[in-house]
Unconditional design. Structure first.
Length: 83
C-alpha cells in the first residue's frame, strides 16, 4: 500500500463533499492533519488515518478507530460531525 499523504487525503475528502479548512503535511516523526472544521479533523500517518474531535470545551480529543480505508474515514467523519 502506498503511504498516505495529507494533500491527497484532503483532495479525497473534498471530492466526498467535506470541507477542508487546513492541511498539515506529514513530517519526520510527526503525523499530518486535515482539518474539516475547527473541532474535527483527520490525523494522517503514513499507514493509517484517525478521525479526532475536540470535546469538553477543547480540553480533550475523542478519537475514532485507526483506519486504512477512506470509506471508513468518511463514515467516522459523518459520525463526528453529527455529535
Amino acid at each position: 500500500m502506498k503511504p498516505f499523504q495529507s494533500n491527497s487525503i484532503a483532495v479525497s475528502l473534498r471530492r466526498r463533499g467535506f470541507p477542508v479548512l487546513a492541511v498539515t503535511p506529514i513530517e519526520i516523526e510527526q503525523d499530518g492533519e486535515v482539518s474539516v472544521t475547527d473541532d474535527v479533523g483527520v490525523q494522517v500517518g503514513e499507514t493509517y488515518l484517525i478521525v479526532g474531535k475536540w470535546v469538553d470545551e477543547r480540553t480533550a480529543i475523542q478519537h475514532w478507530p485507526t483506519r486504512t480505508r477512506m470509506a471508513d474515514i468518511e463514515a467516522d467523519l459523518r459520525n463526528a460531525l453529527q455529535d
